[in-house]
Ligand binder design. Structure first.
Ligand code: PSV
Ligand code: MN
Length: 430
């Protein structure tokens, strides 16, 4: 792959250099030094979800493609390929038990050889497993039965154990716990039980680790969800302690929610822990990042960069750096292509947010000049930063045209011989 990338890059280099120079000149007029932006952009990375490497499905069905990864090792190989192509996805986020490794130490070694590390661990108490003693049908950490809660706590502790062995530093907990009908659950007591259970998980957290709670307003509970919004997620983090914070999945909001406001509030409360990037049009949460609301993605990034550059935030949290992860699992696109392009869209929003003239923005905000303030944001958003994105990939030895190179490599066709086709047409997320 490396040879193919270099060969393809060579053919495009001249044109890229020209485009980069034109943008450099354009930014110079705005008193922005392109090299400073590119250097900053080189520090960007986003984790790949292991479950996004397989063909996703909807709850109505799945359309398998040939050559899907059959196990964790094959998923790692695909993740390494994504990283080779884009250079900004050096970590994978694992989901247990889907990705339970036979030998975590060997897994860590293989990953290192492939140039990969591990991001947050994800626990799964939203499905029953064949060897499981108690069912999660009526909840896990919130369950009325102590034995079920205990089983869910133990599962989360096991995720931490595996994570420690492979070099992860955080645990993300998303709970499907909730109800489908009014009266099914005592709304306050269910939350009390979740907080109580989470205290036991938190007690098992290594000192250098972080625990993220991920809210979601509905699905699979269609009437109520125990951790339904950022307010509840914040209550939990505050009840647990300083190592707990909130994870924002961009698809987990009710329609028209102002997500950048949620982000700003969580930053203000010092509890923004991380992101699951994806996009959403209606009630879905698996569309490719930046495919539906790219301006929203930019505004979210603007809040993040604003916080990173704010000396007051830095005083409180010198290393303010929420974890960036993708969480999408597409049912139509080739997952590798989807992850490649999505990581680039998130990076694009990040770079555009770096271009915001924050001094001018503050000036116009203080003077209540609505038009000019908005224009500052729009100017950054409307700048075509593709040459910077390309330059970062070039400097990292990745591809100027990643999807084209991937298709040229015929990777999917090549692995199909070995992997075959997973004849799973069932509904579900994976
Ligand atoms: C739930 O919809 C979610 O966003 C959580 O992050 C899960 O871990 C993931 O999706 C599973 O697909
Ligand atoms: Mn998620």
């Amino acid at each position: 792959m490396t040879d193919l990338i270099q060969q393809d890059n060579r053919q495009r280099l001249k044109q890229h250099r020209r485009r980069y120079e034109v943008l450099a000149e354009q930014l110079e007029w705005q008193k922005i030094e392109i090299e400073a932006v590119t250097t900053d952009a080189e520090g960007f990375s986003v984790a790949v979800p292991s479950w996004g490497l397989g063909q996703g499905g909807t709850r109505f069905g799945r359309f398998p493609i040939a050559g899907e990864p059959r196990n964790l090792m094959e998923k790692l190989h695909d993740a390494a390929l994504v990283q080779q192509l884009v250079g900004i996805t050096p970590r994978v986020s694992l989901h247990i038990p889907w990705d339970r490794p036979e030998n975590p130490r060997i897994l860590k070694k293989v990953a290192r050889e492939l140039g990969l590390g591990f991001d947050a661990m994800n626990s799964n108490t939203f499905q029953d497993q064949p060897d499981q003693k108690h069912s999660y049908k009526f909840g896990s950490l919130c369950h009325t039965d102590k034995a079920v809660r205990h089983q869910a706590i133990e599962h989360n502790l096991e995720c931490i154990e595996i994570g420690r062995a492979i070099g992860s530093k955080s645990l993300t907990i998303w709970l499907a716990d909730g109800g489908c009908f009014p009266g099914q659950q005592h709304l306050r007591n269910a939350l009390d039980r979740v907080i109580d259970s989470l205290k036991s998980v938190y007690a098992g957290l290594p000192r250098t680790w972080r625990l993220f709670t991920e809210h979601k307003p509905f699905e699979p509970g269609f009437y109520s969800t125990v951790v339904q919004d950022w307010g509840t997620s914040l209550m939990i983090a505050q009840a647990l302690g300083p190592q707990a914070s909130c994870l924002v999945d961009l698809g987990h909001h009710l329609p028209n929610c102002n997500i950048e406001m949620v982000v700003a509030r969580l930053i203000a409360a010092n509890r923004l822990g991380g992101f699951h990037f994806n996009d959403s049009k209606y009630g879905d949460d698996d569309l490719s990042s930046g495919s539906i609301k790219p301006y929203q993605l930019f505004l979210v990034m603007h809040e993040l960069i604003d916080a990173v550059q704010d000396p007051n935030i830095r005083k409180r949290r010198p290393r303010f750096q929420p974890c960036y992860m993708m969480d999408q699992s597409h049912n139509l696109k080739d997952p590798i292509e989807d992850l490649v392009l999505s990581s680039i869209e998130i990076h694009r929003a990040h770079i555009k947010a770096l271009l915001v003239d924050r001094e001018a923005l503050t000036y116009h905000q203080e003077g209540n000049d609505v038009t000019m303030a908005e224009q500052v944001l729009k100017r950054a958003y409307e700048t075509d930063v593709s040459p910077i994105l390309d330059e970062v990939r070039l400097r990292k030895g990745a591809a100027l045209m990643p999807v084209e190179v991937y298709r040229k490599s015929r990777y999917r066709e090549k692995v199909t011989g070995e992997r075959g086709i997973k004849m799973d047409f069932g509904g579900g997320i994976i």
